[in-house]
Design a protein. Structure first.
Length: 256
């Protein structure tokens, strides 16, 4: 099993020291309060044991990870008896990977994009920090649903944060309307006509990772397409969290 355990080892240390982190994660890792220190050798987010356990329990047929980077999450899950296949469009040490060029992967990461989910619909789809304002995360969750996928594990921030785009968060059911059209917010893209394909079942916060959290979903094809009018007057905790996050990014919507 991988000797460098997840960030849970840092519990109780609000500002872990450089020496402690170097001992846990290797000399190349810099100060952990800055995300680049972690991502240079590991990933954009670090899991706790409870997060890994939740993914494992939600994945009776294994995991397919898209955008796997170094394969760090895949390795940790593999070491906990989860069958994992991992893909990235530019697997390390490829120089075409802007984040992990030259890095030795922690786990075998195959070359592949979101189309890889077509062959692995029985598995749980894992997305860890899909790139902000890029569409591959949304394409992966939509394609996975079309392929018959039933379970999804998303690691990142809610709508308005640093992960994915508005289309991804609409597909995950985090929006109750198209905010762009409802309030003429030019900085937010129109998501009218997008129908949520997933329903949230659990949330687990990641320690020492700001607003990062694991969110588990199951496929739900009963949702209506988004319009400028709210799809429901009753807000779920998920939508309420997303609405607050959206308004932090778009203060012009605060009056509505």
């Amino acid at each position: 099993m991988l000797s460098r355990l997840p960030v849970e080892q840092l519990e109780g240390h609000e500002t872990p020291g450089r020496g402690m982190v170097a001992d846990l994660y290797g000399a190349r890792v810099t100060f952990p309060t800055c995300r680049p220190g972690w991502m240079e050798t590991l990933a954009f987010a670090l899991p706790s044991e409870s997060v890994l356990r939740a993914i494992a329990e939600a994945s009776p047929h294994g995991v397919v990870e898209i955008g796997a980077g170094t394969g760090y999450w895949a390795r940790l899950l593999h070491d906990r008896a989860v069958d994992v296949v991992a893909f990235d469009v530019a697997p390390p040490p490829s120089v075409d990977n802007p984040w992990f060029a030259g890095m030795t992967p922690w786990y075998p990461v195959g070359r592949g994009d979101e189309s890889a989910v077509d062959r692995h619909a029985r598995r749980t789809l894992l997305l860890v920090w899909p790139t902000r304002n890029e569409d591959w995360g949304a394409a992966a969750v939509e394609r996975f649903a079309e392929a018959g996928g039933e379970r999804l594990a998303f690691v990142g921030e809610t709508v308005g944060g640093g992960t994915g785009d508005d289309r991804l968060h609409a597909l995950l059911g985090e929006l109750d309307r198209c905010w762009s059209c409802a309030y003429d917010i030019q900085t937010s893209p129109c998501v009218c006509g997008i129908r949520a394909r997933w329903r949230g079942t659990d949330i687990i916060e990641l320690p020492h990772s700001g607003d990062d959290e694991l969110r588990l979903y199951v496929r739900d094809d009963s949702r209506a397409a988004l319009t400028p009018v709210p799809t429901s007057t009753a807000q779920t905790p998920w939508r309420q969290r997303a609405r607050h996050a959206f308004r932090r990014v778009h203060p012009e919507a605060l009056s509505h």
